[in-house]
Design a protein around this ligand. Structure first.
Ligand code: GLY
Ligand code: MN
Ligand code: MN
Length: 358
């Protein structure tokens, strides 16, 4: 009867849904439940049997990680079909029903045919629900990932000089964060200058900074499988009035939205606080994305913080608050923090001074 990592939570889902087995495929769910980074499928039954299916590349690590846990490590050998190994496990469990978080459509069809069932139960929502509120260990890792990103932002803020290129600055940030313990970059880091700063998902390039340009710096780190996400916007040298106007609106929207963050508040209501400020300033059409998102093992996790999102924030959720205004062809401003939702408010986990030249 393995009670390893958070596996009992998968067993609870299987029991509650009346399922004979759960098939977990999303890597972040396998990691969340077992602490193992790798593996192709995790199969768990409500009575505590669990199997991790791994290819040769993960076998040694899996045997070490699950040693003594009661979780069976199954090697899917070269030339073997993952689906066939999975079916064998399900047949051995005598599974007449199963839930899954995500599966390729071909695998889904093969499974229902071979198990002789009408369908499988999608439990992805239940899995995401588990992951929204972070426990103490998760928070420790997220805090560290945030602290590493803050180090990266310090380096970035010192490099806002004409002639530096976007990619050069990305490189310096990555170097600092790696040295501070980041295992990897949870997304392509963004250093976007001038016109590029008006592209929310800009791709950094060899473009050099010019005097008077806005520079959006959106970075994150990964620490023991958990991530951070933060953005500051700087100016190279002297700024113009329109840039300060944009900055002040975005900062006010960010601060007021953060002030609205607490347990029990609807995600859409937090978005609305920021959106109203930007709209009243006349820039509504240029705030082209939601206010933020949950994050943890992945950089984008439920809940989304955006219009129409009914999710209620809970204690221990880690979310971003990141309003932005993007004027095509001119430039953009985004300010983003990772924050922790508390009973009566929030804690900023990515403290770094605000301002075009902090
Ligand atoms: N850096 C990705 C995001 O802010 O959502
Ligand atoms: Mn970001
Ligand atoms: Mn973000």
């Amino acid at each position: 009867m393995p009670r390893f990592g958070r596996l009992s939570r998968a067993e609870d889902i299987a029991s509650k849904e009346g399922l004979d087995a759960l098939i977990i495929s999303r890597p972040s769910n396998i990691f969340y439940l077992t602490g193992f980074r790798g593996g192709s499928r995790l199969i768990s039954s409500p009575d505590g049997e669990a199997f991790i299916l791994v290819g040769g590349v993960d076998l040694t690590a899996a045997e070490e990680h699950f040693s003594g846990s009661g979780v069976h490590v199954l090697h899917v050998k070269l030339g073997e079909q993952l689906d066939e190994v999975m079916l064998k496990v399900l047949e051995e469990l005598g599974a007449k029903s199963a839930g899954y978080d995500e599966l390729p459509i071909g695998t889904y069809k093969r499974l229902i045919e071979r198990l002789g069932v009408d369908g499988l139960k999608d439990v992805s929502k239940q899995m995401w629900e588990l992951r929204k509120a972070k426990d103490e260990e998760e928070l420790r890792r997220i805090r560290k990932a945030c602290a590493i990103a803050v180090r990266g932002m310090e380096v970035a803020s010192e490099l806002m000089e004409p002639g530096r290129t976007e990619l050069e600055v990305v490189g310096e940030i990555e170097r600092e964060m790696r040295r501070a313990g980041s295992e990897g970059h949870p997304f392509n880091l963004i250093v976007a200058s001038g016109k590029n700063s008006a592209l929310p998902h800009a791709l950094s390039s060899d473009k050099a900074f010019k005097p008077g340009e806005l520079v959006v710096v959106d970075i994150g780190a990964t620490y023991r499988g958990y991530v951070s996400d933060m953005t500051r916007t700087f100016v190279v040298g002297e700024h113009e009035a329109w840039q300060e106007e944009l900055y002040d609106i975005v900062l006010r929207a960010q601060e007021e939205a953060r002030r609205a963050v607490r347990a029990g508040v609807r995600a859409s209501d937090v978005d609305e606080v920021a959106r109203r400020i930007v709209e009243e300033a006349g820039y509504g059409p240029y705030f082209v994305h939601g206010l933020g998102h949950g994050l943890g093992v992945e950089v984008h996790e439920p809940p989304r913080i955006g219009p129409g999102v009914e999710d209620i924030l809970g204690v221990g959720y880690t979310i971003t608050v990141e309003p932005g205004i993007y004027l095509p062809g001119r430039g953009g401003v985004r300010i983003e923090d990772t924050v922790l939702v508390l009973e009566d408010g929030h804690e900023v986990l990515t403290p770094f001074p605000y301002g075009l030249r902090p």
